[in-house]
Design a protein around this ligand. Structure first.
Ligand SMILES: [Zn+2]
Length: 56
């Protein structure tokens, strides 16, 4: 299990996780970007609430 870098809670991740994916922490609601998958590494995202530029 991977920990949320914001609150330290366990973050549920699906098996086919890919770098660049965004996962939401169910505990604190933080958006976490997957920066690595082996091992899984998460980084916080700046306050972008699904507006503005989104990459393909
Ligand atoms: Zn969290």
């Amino acid at each position: 299990m991977t920990e949320c870098v914001e609150c330290g809670a366990d973050v549920a991740l699906h098996e086919d996780l890919e770098a660049g994916e965004i996962v939401d922490c169910a505990t604190c609601g933080a958006e976490l970007e997957v920066v690595g998958t082996d091992p899984v590494a998460l980084e916080t995202r700046p306050n972008s609430k699904k507006t503005g530029v989104s990459e393909p």
